[in-house]
Design a protein around this ligand. Structure first.
Ligand SMILES: [Zn+2]
Length: 212
């Protein structure tokens, strides 16, 4: 654990939108009240943020999806800064105590990791394309929440992680020198894409990985 008193989950992920959908469906099987907050560009308060009924809707809101957030405890009451999307029931749980981030995996290219999920007319440079890892992450500080809330957060974080484990696979990957990297998860659709296209997998930094 990186910080004293903090509880952290941080799993690196390679997911395509289909993989995100499978994760979200399984999550809502476990937690019918799970709803996702969208993320909007610009400073806080510039664009309204909403609680959406699905991860896909949260990712699609406000243009290119970068990330979405799940409030813990699941079903936490709505913060005043968040509006309800159409058809989403008003959650009536306790206040938000922690926030799970699903950062989306992105297509990028080297050198420099330039983002390249641009509009269809964008011309990719030759070579250097890779699929950059996203993450499923949450962190809170034990001494900043009530003891019973801490237990709920622990339990729900484990459950959310279990849903990710159930709907993805361990990424079996190696770098250019054959060194393995462990601990990352990959969705079936992302794996099929990387297999079929030979797209390298990446993360922050210069290492790139192949399946195998
Ligand atoms: Zn929205």
């Amino acid at each position: 654990m990186a910080y004293a008193g903090s509880r952290t989950m941080n799993v690196g992920t390679w997911l395509l939108p289909e993989d995100e959908d499978a994760f979200d469906l399984a999550l809502r099987d476990t937690f019918p009240g799970a709803a996702w907050r969208c993320s909007q560009p610009g400073p806080l308060g510039l664009h309204p943020v909403h609680l959406h009924g699905s991860l896909a809707n949260a990712m699609a809101c406000g243009g290119r999806g970068v990330q979405a957030f799940l409030h813990l405890p699941i079903g936490a009451s709505l913060p005043s800064t968040v509006a309800l999307a159409d058809g989403v029931p008003l959650p009536d749980g306790p206040p938000v105590a922690a926030i799970v981030q699903l950062l989306r995996s992105t297509r990028r290219h080297d050198p420099g990791g330039t983002y390249c999920d641009h509009d269809a007319g964008y011309r990719h440079p030759e070579g250097g394309a890779y699929f950059n890892a996203g993450r499923l992450a949450v962190r809170w500080f034990e001494d900043e929440v009530a003891a019973d809330t801490h237990q709920v957060l622990l339990r729900q974080t484990r459950a959310v992680r279990s849903v990710l484990i159930a709907t993805t696979r361990p990424a079996r990957i190696k770098d250019q020198n054959g060194r393995r990297l462990t601990g990352y998860r990959i969705g079936p659709a992302a794996q099929a894409m990387a297999d079929a296209s030979g797209t390298l997998l990446g993360r922050t930094g210069v290492q790139r990985f192949q399946l195998g």
